[in-house]
Design a protein around this ligand. Structure first.
Ligand code: OAD
Length: 233
């Protein structure tokens, strides 16, 4: 049973499945991004020290692909809801498809593909206008740049903001995440007592979130169903 009343404070947790219908690969499962790569070769600080060219190639390629795709109807529904109610998105995704659909309240736990960050002592974060990051690129202080991505083994600085946001929600929707990567996955279990949690994922039955209502559908299908339920669209 879906919650009848429209939420007052909706929190939406999104993972790679949110962007699958836009044509971006998920990470796990058949044909997933990690199937073609060893995580430790491309998504760790050690990989960056050992072979920065390989890391840059990996993220350049992902950026190039991102620039070639568009937000899907699911992204657009979330952006539309933000105009009608209090919606906060917390995403594990590094793409900018929520923003390109029009969502403004998006917390990126794992960084942002279209940003670069200084390797120097100051926290310079810069928005990129194109897909290519080069070894010779420098921050304003002359230090090398790295992708603005939280790699495996690094801390997730926005978790401290994310926990209270989820705890204050009166409805939580979890979309397209296998809930295998911590600490981000922990958020799916942090809703307050009695607060409805809705899982939208073709494999929703496999995700063990106690008491969650399951919509075993794609992100767009699930959000269209909820949109019709709450707004009669
Ligand atoms: P995963 O690839 O682990 O999980 C994707 C989820 O999306 C699975 O549960 C799929 O069933 C589901 N899915 C597939 N197609 C879908 C669709 N059309 N609509 C809705 N759901 C769909 O991705 P994440 O859980 O997001 O971190 O991965 C978490 C983190 O692991 C990523 O942020 C990344 C990765 O390693 C870093 O790189 C730090």
């Amino acid at each position: 049973m879906l919650p009848q009343a429209r939420p007052q404070k909706l929190v939406v947790l999104t993972g790679a499945g949110m962007s699958a219908e836009s044509g971006i690969e998920t990470f796990r499962g058949a044909g997933g991004l990690w199937e073609g790569h060893r995580v430790e070769d491309v998504a760790t600080p050690e990989a960056w020290s050992r072979n920065p060219d390989m890391v840059l190639r990996f993220y350049n390629e992902r950026r190039r692909k991102l620039l070639a795709v568009e937000p899907n109807p699911g992204h657009r529904i979330l952006a539309k809801w933000e105009k009608r109610m209090d919606v906060q998105i917390i995403t594990q995704n590094v793409d900018d498809l929520h923003e390109r659909a029009g969502s403004q309240r998006v917390l990126h736990l794992h960084g942002e593909l279209m940003k670069s960050r200084s390797c120097g002592p100051k926290e310079h974060v810069m928005t990129m206008s194109d897909w290519e990051m080069k070894r010779t690129d420098r921050c304003p202080d002359g230090y090398p740049l790295r992708p603005h991505i939280v790699w495996f083994g690094e801390s997730v600085p926005f978790m401290v903001h994310a926990f209270p946001i989820v705890e204050q929600a009166d409805c939580v929707i979890v979309i397209g995440t296998s809930l295998q990567v911590y600490p981000a996955a922990q958020l799916a279990f942090e809703a307050g007592p009695g607060v409805p949690v809705i899982l939208i994922d073709p494999n929703a039955e496999e995700l063990a979130v106690p008491g969650a209502r399951l919509l075993s559908m794609t992100a767009s299908e699930g959000l269209e169903a909820l949109d019709a339920h709450w707004f009669g669209a």
